[in-house]
Design a protein around this ligand. Structure first.
Ligand code: ADP
Length: 445
């Protein structure tokens, strides 16, 4: 290795690939988000509704009681610990549960209550006395399918005799066997095999069809085709629902194919902003000097929890060792970890077992940790072409209105190139990034 401890990232031209760091796939990011999500994401925006019939009355509900759910299902909702519908649920549930079986395309960011909404819809549409599949849900991966199944099993806890089957790889069924489960959750390939090849379920009898994580789904070409083939074999009276965390042309084009005559509802993501963030930069000659500057900051400022972003896995690991040497309890999150290991690292940090989380650009995708008070860009975020990555910068340090708290961001600059990158970021947001003298770190308090 040419990068001695004293050389700067700029001087040795480190690239993310140097540490074999791979970006997590959309499926992985989505799964991480779900596993890490403990509660609803707050959002102050209004739900937008694009209705098929502008004359039909629209109403939203403020409580689950208003939905006239069967008692066993309402008990299931309480069992989940839900008191009131989330924002998207307030609008979506009355339409989803209505007798006319409204088709719906719904988009909102992860964590806003989409899964709970469609699980409730599926459960409300099935009759456990009928021994065949009446609800079908497609998800992009086995892990996500199992995750949805957990919600079904919790919410359906009081529905007597409820049976769920997972149409995922490795789950074997015999040709011609007739499934007596009420709900099937699976990935497109296996569900297609089960229904059209092995004929263990009759798509014509399905009353409600859900396509979850449509945006992740279409990232895999085969999934899109398989979903469309499944969809073609459903009955015309089947209720069709599609959920997505994003709302771009490819998703909507796909959505319009699988969901005829839909109501479209959207909850726009609340914009992150830099308004309550104090932004600073420090200039350092090299990596060692950056580490010393960081130590100085720690020496003077009382810091709650801190996330530090490095460009490569190698730098991240190096810095973790240096900080441990200084007596800090450090968590290290890098790309070689398995998903379960990532979840464990993030959860330990969230529980406060470590106060410092060091990670890489790529690896941090999809994780939000609210209680962090200091973000350090040990390296300025850049995209694969070495251009300043403003979106990533905002995502690392920005806050949405809900937190209200002020935050502190410190950028470490180690030469003219990173200085110019940071300058572009400053210009982009039109917010001053002030120079910090780490010998005089009291200045930041
Ligand atoms: P999404 O599918 O949009 O990612 P989820 O349905 O998984 O969102 O909900 C995110 C988190 O919020 C989950 O932990 C879920 O149990 C919880 N949740 C969902 N709906 C409610 C509600 N009405 N009240 C409280 N918590 C909720």
């Amino acid at each position: 290795s040419t990068s001695g401890a004293g050389s700067s990232a700029e001087a040795n031209g480190e690239k993310p690939e140097d540490g074999d760091e791979k970006a997590p796939s959309p499926e992985e990011v989505s799964f991480l988000r779900k596993v890490l999500r403990e509660r609803l994401v707050q959002n102050k925006n209004e739900v937008e509704i694009m209705q098929k019939d502008p004359n039909s009355p629209l109403y939203s509900v403020k409580s689950f009681e208003e939905l006239n759910l069967p008692p066993d299902l309402l008990m299931g909702v309480y069992h989940m610990g839900f008191n009131a519908p989330s924002k998207i649920q307030e609008t979506a549930l009355p339409m989803l549960l209505a007798d006319d079986k409204t088709n719906m395309i719904a988009q909102s960011q992860s964590g806003t209550g989409k899964t709970a909404a469609f699980v409730l819809t599926m459960l409300s549409r099935i009759d456990t006395k009928k021994p065949y599949p009446q609800a079908l849900c497609l998800a992009p991966t086995m892990e996500l399918a199992l995750q949805i199944g957990q919600v079904v099993e919790q919410m359906g806890k009081y529905m007597e005799g409820l049976k769920v089957a997972y149409g995922v790889r490795g789950n074997k069924v015999a040709r011609g066997q007739k499934l007596n489960d009420h709900i099937i959750i699976g990935t497109p390939g296996t569900v297609l095999d089960w229904s059209l090849k092995l004929r263990v379920l009759e798509l014509k009898k399905v009353e409600v069809f859900v396509l979850d994580e449509a945006d992740v789904m279409i990232a895999t070409q085969g999934h899109q085709d398989q979903s469309i083939r499944i969809h073609k074999n459903l009955s015309r009276s089947c209720q069709m629902l599609l959920f997505s965390a994003t709302y771009d042309d490819p998703v909507m084009a796909f959505a319009q194919v699988v969901v005829p005559d839909p109501v479209i509802i959207r909850l726009r993501r609340e914009e992150e902003s830099l308004d309550n963030i104090k932004q600073y930069y420090v200039t350092c000659e090299n990596r060692d000097a950056k580490f010393r500057a960081l130590s100085n900051i720690y020496g003077v400022v009382s810091i709650g929890q801190c996330m530090i972003f490095c460009h490569t896995r190698k730098t991240a690991a190096w810095l973790a060792e240096k900080m441990k040497g200084d007596g800090h309890a450090v968590a290290l999150l890098t790309g070689e970890l398995m998903v379960e290991q990532r979840v464990a690292v993030i959860n330990r940090f969230r529980d406060g077992k470590e106060k410092v989380l060091i990670t890489t650009n790529l690896c941090a995708r999809g994780i939000d940790i609210e209680q962090v008070t200091l973000v350090v860009n040990f390296d300025i975020p850049v995209d694969q072409y070495g251009q300043p990555d403003c979106e990533n910068y905002l995502h690392r340090i920005g806050r949405t209105g809900r937190f209200g708290k002020t935050g502190l961001a410190i950028n470490m600059v180690d030469g003219p190139r990173s200085m110019s990158q940071l300058g572009k970021i400053q210009d982009h947001f039109g917010k001053k990034i002030a120079k910090l003298d780490t010998e005089d770190a009291e200045a930041i308090e």
